[in-house]
Every structure is written in structure tokens, then in C-alpha cells.
Design a protein around this ligand. Structure first.
Ligand SMILES: [Zn+2]
Length: 57
């Protein structure tokens, strides 16, 4: 599991995972990956949000 740490930056206290290779389509900033209350990618710079649609549930 250690290999995933190259791509993901965990912050369980704040409840999000930062994907280092996920950039905001609006401003190009790195987006944070939130898991609660719903899974989504959020840009802290411009506020752009991409909701992750889950399948099979
Ligand atoms: Zn942005």
C-alpha cells in the first residue's frame, strides 16, 4: 500500500485526501479530495467542485 503515498496526501484529521496529480480545470491549482459528506474534488483557490459519481450502489 506504500506506493499510493506517491500520489495521495492524506489528512484524516481534516477528512480529505489531496491528489497531487488532480488539477483544477478552471485555475490549474491542485484540488483536494473530500470524502465527507459526499466524495468530491474541491479547489481551495477558486472554489470549483467536481462531484464524484459512484456506481453500483
Ligand atoms: Zn480552481
Amino acid at each position: 500500500m506504500a506506493h499510493v503515498h506517491k500520489l495521495y496526501e492524506y489528512d484524516y484529521e481534516k477528512g480529505y485526501i489531496r491528489l497531487k496529480n488532480k488539477k483544477c480545470p478552471r485555475c490549474g491549482s491542485i484540488m483536494a479530495h473530500h470524502l465527507q459528506p459526499v466524495e468530491r474534488h474541491h479547489c481551495g483557490r477558486c472554489g470549483y467542485t467536481i462531484f464524484v459519481a459512484k456506481k453500483g450502489k
